[in-house]
Design a protein around this ligand. Structure first.
Ligand SMILES: Cc1ncc(COP(=O)(O)O)c(C=O)c1O
Length: 352
């Protein structure tokens, strides 16, 4: 079956482009002596996690315990969880994952540290700890090297916990100054820092310039999207996932309605400099998806020389591809326009 015969809306992944993106990132990391630890939040597919590991990744990154459980069951033997796990309800699920895989958890506070310690005791196995620091994004992360040292002291030599180093997201101008401040403090305290994990596809090709970084966590690079193309880190022909949709109404000369709304594309926008609307239509590059309801996408065709007919199929490059994966029960994988298989998105919807 050809991909353009599939019922719509449907996310379709080009396997050759995926392979190209995976191989390119692995080659970059190998060239610069960086360990690659892909974030599976973008694809949420065991088959692609296994392929990333086969190509040379040292392990994978997950955001939630539920994602880690799916990937551990799929045979991923080394998992970094980059979300602080806090509270008694997390102890048993975390212990379950720790019993199946070499687990490391990134955290920035003592409450999360205590949760991880309890999980390690329950599982009867070691769990690694990375202290997360804030490189300027203003999300999680300790704010100073002193704070990092205090947390590391609590983890270092604390029963089944093993302090392994630092994590930050995304890396930026404040990454190197933090590491420079932390290095002498940790040396003086006799606490070894084996891992410095940085991440984010927008800054991926500069990762080797971050002094002291040992590991790169990237997710979006597997598919790329309108945001990473807009950021200049990928070309349109690198984009591996497109949503195929159908024009279902043409109420006016300049308006089309497509069968892809917020349940299909998500409501994520891109930076104004990258473009307007909720995705880029390949066949009509001057069209703007101006509005989404759950099932309707409203498209402004005012600037288009040619305009689609009712029933016509279009392909949309999503603004933010990770959330699109999360919205779909299954994705179609194809090659040269032909369907190869349909895969359930096994780790979708893991909010816990
Ligand atoms: C902690 C962490 N690491 C790595 C990534 C991967 O970022 P990207 O998808 O830009 O490669 C993310 C993405 O949200 C993240 O939150």
């Amino acid at each position: 079956m050809r991909v353009d015969e599939l019922d719509t809306p449907v996310p379709v992944i080009d396997l050759d482009r995926v392979e190209h993106n995976l191989a390119k990132m692995q080659a970059y990391c190998d060239l610069h002596g960086l360990k690659l630890r892909p974030h599976i939040k973008t694809h949420k597919l065991p088959a692609f996690a296994r392929r990333q590991l086969e190509l040379g990744a040292v392990g994978i990154t997950c955001q939630k315990i539920g994602e880690a459980r799916v990937m551990a069951e799929a045979g991923c033997a080394d998992i970094l969880l980059t979300y602080p796990v806090v509270g008694a309800t997390k102890v048993a699920p975390l212990a379950e994952v720790a019993a199946r895989t070499r687990l490391t958890v990134a955290l920035d506070n003592a409450v999360a540290l205590e949760t991880v310690a309890r999980a390690a005791h329950l599982a009867g196995t070691e769990i690694g700890v990375l202290v997360e620091f804030d490189s300027g994004d203003g999300r999680c992360g300790v704010q100073s090297a002193d704070e990092a040292l205090e947390l590391a002291r609590r983890a270092h030599g604390n029963g089944p916990l093993a302090f392994r180093g630092f994590m930050t997201y995304p890396h930026g101008p404040r990454t190197a100054p933090f590491l420079a401040a932390a290095r002498p403090l940790f040396e003086a305290a006799g606490i070894p820092v084996e891992t410095v994990s940085i991440g984010g596809t927008p800054g991926c090709w500069d990762a080797h310039l971050v002094e002291g970084a040992t590991e790169l966590r990237v997710g979006t690079y597997i598919y790329h999207d309108r945001a990473t193309v807009g950021a200049g880190v990928a070309a349109p022909e690198d984009c591996a996932l497109h949503v195929h949709a159908t024009v279902v109404s043409r109420p006016t000369a300049t308006r089309a309605v497509i069968d892809a709304g917020s349940k299909t594309l998500s409501s994520d926008r891109v930076a104004a400099a990258v473009g307007e609307g909720y995705g880029h239509i390949l066949e009509y590059p001057d069209a703007v998806i101006t509005r989404l309801n759950e099932e309707h996408g409203v498209v402004d065709l005012s600037d288009c020389d040619t305009r689609p007919a009712i029933g016509e199929r279009i392909r949309i490059l999503p603004n933010h591809v990770c959330v699109v994966s999360n919205l779909h029960d299954a994705v179609v994988v194809g090659r040269n326009g032909t369907v190869v298989d349909t895969w359930p998105v096994a780790a979708r919807g893991c909010t816990r």
